[in-house]
Design a protein around this ligand. Structure first.
Ligand code: ATP
Ligand code: MG
Length: 285
């Protein structure tokens, strides 16, 4: 006869995690907004790289977007056939798994990444069926965060279950926006979601900042008008470092490298270096 009884009760005698507790306590940053294509992934990978190299922090980059753009953007640094458990499996597992199961080392100093996982698209829906559906990532980071100084999460461009999990797992949210009306509305919507998460789910997520990305120096008057609105509304939450349009940033992504490895003297490298320094100061100083 087929076995009728699940092994559930064994979980009462929970095995110790296969990972030892580390001696760190990571600051977790979700990089999120509702609008697509505004530079979330570009920002996530380059801030991660700067914190790992210049600031010598041990960094984990979590690619929570089914598009897998973090992984393609750093493909030159990731081993060819890495052994890992896809992050969607970690999130959906009944037994408590850790994001450490998904992490692989890169050839960049101090930088680990969870590789691309196209099953995240399916996971987005399946998460709804789980008890504690908003807390899956937070739980899966409990031990993982003791092994890193900073964990950056690249979110999909929406407010779905994966983004919600990132917000609930994070201490801070970083919101990239370009100076287009739709992107600014997307950032506004995300800020609204942060407030709702804090109120309804009793979380203490802080806005690390809104960062202006893809700033095109040629649209001076429109830029100034939108920038003024943003600063009037969000004040000190607007980071002073802005990221200008720089084709070397997209070329670096195409070559699978952070800008600091591909074109260290470029404007893009200077802008992301200044942004990472500002973020470092807000978190660690
Ligand atoms: N400052 C910049 N200058 C020039 N190109 C940029 C800049 N920032 C991003 N890009 C390019 O714009 C495109 C979108 O950027 P990115 O993938 O980072 O956005 P995203 O918000 O993560 O998008 P998605 O919502 O699809 O995940 C990419 O091709 C990227 O190389
Ligand atoms: Mg992206």
């Amino acid at each position: 006869m087929r076995n009728l009884i699940s092994s559930g009760l064994k979980r009462l005698k929970r095995q110790d995690s296969k990972y030892p507790q580390g001696d760190k306590s990571a600051t977790v940053i979700a990089v999120a907004t509702v609008k697509g294509g505004v530079g979330k992934t570009t920002s996530t990978i380059n801030i991660a790289a700067a914190l790992a190299s210049t600031h010598q922090k041990r960094v984990l980059l979590i690619d929570l977007d089914a598009q897998g753009h973090c992984s393609t953007s750093l493909s030159a640094l990731v081993p060819d056939a890495p052994v890992y458990t896809p992050i969607s499996e970690v999130l959906l597992a009944d037994d408590q798994k850790q994001v450490l199961d998904s992490a692989v080392s890169t050839s960049y100093p101090n930088l680990d990444i969870t590789p691309a996982d196209s099953s995240l698209a399916e996971a987005e829906g399946l998460i709804s069926q789980k008890i504690g559906k908003e807390m899956l990532l937070r739980d899966a980071l409990a031990i993982t965060r003791t092994h890193y100084d900073v964990i950056l999460i690249d979110c999909p461009p929406n407010k779905g279950n994966l983004t919600l999990n990132a917000l609930l797992a994070a201490d801070y949210v970083l919101i990239p926006t370009d100076l287009s009306p739709l992107a600014v509305q997307g950032a506004d919507e995300l800020i609204d979601a942060v407030l709702t998460v804090n109120e309804r789910l009793h979380h203490k997520l802080d806005v690390l900042g809104v960062v202006l990305t893809r700033v095109d120096g040629r649209n001076v008057s429109l830029n100034d008008e939108i920038r003024k609105q943003i600063k009037d509304a969000w004040g000190d939450y607007v980071l002073s470092s802005e990221i200008g349009v720089n084709t070397q940033l997209s070329q670096a992504q195409h070559e699978g490298q952070p800008i600091f490895a591909f074109a260290p003297k470029s404007r893009g490298a200077a802008h992301y270096s200044a942004l990472a320094q500002e973020i470092y100061n807000r978190i660690f100083v």
